[in-house]
Design a protein around this ligand. Structure first.
Ligand SMILES: Nc1ncnc2c1ncn2[C@@H]1O[C@H](COP(=O)(O)OP(=O)(O)OP(=O)(O)O)[C@@H](O)[C@H]1O
Length: 230
């Protein structure tokens, strides 16, 4: 369980309240209008924004004061954060060791993760020599190699065309299931939530509404979902 207990996050004039939990082993979509606070919530969970009050717990452990690197999670952003001057293999290796001094076992783990995301043999390329979809795979690989149990994604594939996006969502789902990852994914697209998310949570009117099963939510939209869908 990733539990947000009476959490309040304040950024300038903006305030977000969250008192809800994400369940382990599930894929949860996080939806809401532009500016509703989805990215702010992920940033608070990841430790980039300190909450004004409240606690964040993962499997009971209070992580509210932990630095980002010590939290049991990885976060993936839309712009993929690949370093342009480093090869794909090195970019991915950064997930294990910032100084890139990988042991033989770590190099083997890195190569295995490259295989798993379909980038076999492309480790020596620079990010600019990969397609957009391959860059997304490389960024996902780096997050996976860190081996953290929670994966937060902030509109990770929104720059991709529909076919590639569907492919990446399928890869994400397969990987999350295969490795027992717990996923929270910000998306604007109802079809993305319906394609892979067990549950969907909405951010509306300055608060997080607890996740509910995605299919049931879209079959009988709540007023907040209706307002979002327009
Ligand atoms: N550094 C900041 N200082 C002050 N206000 C901020 C800051 N960053 C974001 N905000 C405000 O916080 C609110 C929530 O922003 P946030 O980026 O979390 O929304 P979002 O739901 O992720 O939006 P989008 O879907 O457009 O990405 C917005 O009103 C935004 O203007």
């Amino acid at each position: 369980m990733l539990a947000l207990e009476d959490l309040r996050v304040e950024l300038g004039d903006f305030t977000l309240a969250a008192d809800a939990a994400f369940v382990e082993g599930r894929i949860t979509a996080l939806m809401g209008a532009s500016g509703s606070g989805k990215s702010t919530l992920l940033a608070a969970i990841a430790g980039f924004v300190a909450p004004a009050s409240g606690r964040i717990r993962v499997t009971g452990a209070d992580i509210t004061g932990l630095p980002p690197g010590e939290r049991p999670l990885s976060i993936l952003f839309q712009d993929q954060n690949l370093f342009p001057h480093l090869t794909v293999a090195r970019n991915i290796g950064l997930g294990l060791r910032p100084d890139l001094r990988l042991s033989a076992d770590q190099r083997a783990a890195r190569d295995a993760v490259l295989d798993r995301v379909g980038l076999t043999g492309l480790g020596d390329r620079l990010p600019r020599d990969l397609s957009g979809g391959q860059q997304s795979r490389a960024a996902l690989a780096r997050a996976l190699l860190r081996g953290r149990p929670w994966l937060l994604l902030d509109e990770p594939f929104s720059a991709l065309g529909p076919a590639l996006r569907a492919e990446m969502l399928a890869l994400l789902k397969e990987t999350a299931r295969g490795e027992g990852l717990s996923v929270v994914m910000v998306t604007h697209a109802p079809e993305d939530a319906l394609a892979i998310a067990d549950e969907t949570a909405l951010v509306s009117d300055g608060r997080l509404i607890a996740p509910v099963p995605t299919r049931a939510l879209f079959d009988a939209p709540t007023p907040e979902l209706r307002a979002y869908l327009g």
